[in-house]
Design a protein around this ligand. Structure first.
Ligand code: PZK
Length: 287
């Protein structure tokens, strides 16, 4: 008999369990957060979409960097992974100017020590993707930092390896996504090291929860862009005048259905796999 899984952590919409000393189980729920609040209404299959997408990218980027994936459970929402020592920074790559990157640029003309050309507008493409690390906040928002600040927390060789791997992963995935009508504006990776000190990609990767996915056909720099997956839910929240404090509103059925369809559409476009085929056999994304 295998030992029972021990709960070791909670994210906003995910749970983490220890299977043994070497392995963890990452479980993605159907919860959704908008404007930083987790809503009481779930989006059916959202956890499966994110788990399947992440596993798809892990399988296709092994040539760029090793990753923690051991296997997918039959439920399609649970990932068995290697237990790592996690790095103390979030590894963010930005190809477009949005979110805190846009805020920092507007205030200082730079993002995380990267001086940028003047005159860029909100959501503009950057001349080339930039690595913009952030601290891991336990409460509130992550803080953008530069290389020097990051090196107060970790070894330069490991930082440089994480930067190189992050940029390579972003270039690979953003090219793949752009050919399928999705702009990955930015994305966040979490790396760890194995007992041999090797850099390993962990967490979820290149999902709509860890990235900004924009529909390419609506892309119009000069302002904020619609989110590929969450825009129906965000529009509804704006329409009813919610003040964006806890608790959030319940979502009506048409908003739930529309949001679910967008998650499934992102999955099918990016993986080329019919979502029902993934549900029938999650390992379809690994082949
Ligand atoms: C790890 N998190 C974040 C995610 C949560 C918390 N392979 C790994 N080894 C060791 N630690 C982690 C991982 C991974 N992935 C990830 N915290 C620790 C997190 C989801 C739910 F509660």
């Amino acid at each position: 008999m295998p030992e029972a899984a021990v709960h070791v952590g909670s994210g906003k919409v995910r749970e983490l369990f220890a299977l043994d000393d070497e392995r963890l189980l990452l479980v993605a729920s159907d919860r959704i957060s908008t404007f930083d609040v987790v809503l009481s209404t779930e989006i059916p299959d959202k956890g499966r979409v994110l788990t399947g997408l992440s596993a798809f990218w892990f399988a296709r980027t092994k040539h760029l960097v090793r990753n923690h994936l051991v296997g997918l459970r039959d439920d399609g929402r649970s990932t068995e992974c290697r237990r790592l020592g996690m790095l103390p920074i979030e590894c963010v790559v930005r190809g477009y100017l949005s979110g805190s990157g846009w805020k920092d640029y507007r205030a200082t003309g730079a993002v995380c020590g990267h001086a940028l050309p003047s005159g860029l507008v909100e959501s503009a493409p950057l001349p080339e993707p930039i690595f913009t690390p952030a601290t891991k906040a336990t409460t509130g928002h992550d803080e953008n930092i530069d290389r020097e600040r990051a090196l107060e927390l970790m070894e330069p060789d490991l930082y440089d390896a994480a930067e190189r791997a992050s940029l390579a992963l972003y270039r690979f995935a953003s090219d793949h996504a752009r050919e399928r009508g999705i702009i990955i504006a930015d994305t966040k990776f979490e790396f760890g090291v194995d007992p041999e000190g090797q850099l390993i990609l962990g967490d979820e990767a290149l999902t709509p929860d860890s990235s900004r996915f924009w529909p390419a056909d609506a892309y119009e720099p000069g302002g904020p862009q619609p989110s590929f997956d969450k825009q129906f839910a965000r529009d509804y929240c704006e329409r009813i005048g919610w003040d964006k404090t806890y608790p959030g509103p319940e979502l009506p059925d048409d908003v739930v259905t529309g949001t679910r369809a967008r998650y499934v559409e992102a999955f099918e476009r990016l993986t080329g796999i019919v979502f029902d085929d993934y549900v029938a056999d999650p390992e379809a994304v690994l082949r």
